[in-house]
Design a protein around this ligand. Sequence first.
Ligand code: NDP
Length: 255
Amino acid sequence: MIDFTDASAVFRLVSVIWILLSVPTFLYLLKHPAPYGRYATKGWGAMIPDKLGWMVMELPVLLIVITHIVTNSFELTLPGRVAIAFFISHYIYRCLVYPLRIRTTGKQMPLTIAIAAIVFNLINGNLIGLGLTRFAEHGLGQFNVLAVTGVVLFITGLLMHIAADNHLVALRKLSGNGYEIPYGKIFSKISCPNYLGEIIEWVGFAMITNHIAAWSFAIWTAANLIPRALHHHRWYLTHFKDYPPERKALVPYLL
Ligand code: NDP
C-alpha cells in the first residue's frame, strides 16, 4: 500500500505511472511519426516558426529545473552535482544554441506539437527537478562503477549528438531547404546518430544518478526517438534510391 502522507512514496508512484505512459506513446509513435520536421503537415491546426517552436518547447525544462535547484534545500554528493551540471549544459544547448543553429528558414511546426512538448517538459522538468533536489536520496550516491560508466556514456552521447547535429546543419547548406543523404563516419552505419547520441546521453545521466526520475527520462527519450529513427530510416529508403542499403536506423548492425 502507498502511504500518501509520505511525499517520497507519492513521488515514486507518480514516476512509475509516468514511465508506464511511455508504453502507449511508443506504440502510437511507431505507427504515426510526430508531425514536425519532414513530417510536418497542415492538418494539425495553427503553425508556428520552427526555431521559435524549439525554444518555447525546451525552455520550460531548463527554467523548472533551475527553479527547483534555487528553491529546494538539498545536499548533493559529487555525482549529483555533476549530473545537474550535465543536465543544465544539455538544455542550454538544446533550447538556446540548437534552435539558432538549425537551418529551417521558412519552416513551421504545428502549435499543437509545441504545446504537447511543453506539457511533456513540464512533467519531466518537475520530476527531474524534484528528483535531483528534494527527493535526492543519499545526495545521489557516490562515484561507483555505475556512476563512472554513466559519466563516460553521457559525454560520449553528447559528443555524438552534437557532431551529428553539426553534420546535419552543414548538409542543409548543400540541400537548400530540402534533404540530402548524410554521409561521413558518424552516419556510415546508421541514419540517426543524433538520436542514438541523445539516448546514450540520458541512459548515462540515469546511471550517474540511479534515480527513478532520471530513468524515466531515459525511457521516454527512447520511446520518442526509437520510433522516429525507424520512420526516418524508412523515409530515406523511400526518397533516395541510392540510400546505402547496409545502413541501419539507430543501432549499428542491429536496428
Ligand atoms: P532531425 O534529425 O529530424 O532533424 C534535425 C535537423 O536537421 C533539422 O533541422 C532537420 O530539418 C535537419 N535535417 C535532418 N535530416 C536532414 C537531411 N537529410 N538533409 C538536410 N537536413 C536535414 O531531428 P529532430 O528535429 O527530430 O530532433 C532534433 C533534436 O531534438 C535531436 O537532436 C533529437 O535528439 C532531439 N529530440 C529529443 C527528444 C527527447 O525525447 N529527448 C525528442 C525529440 C527530439 P527539418 O526540421 O526541416 O527536417
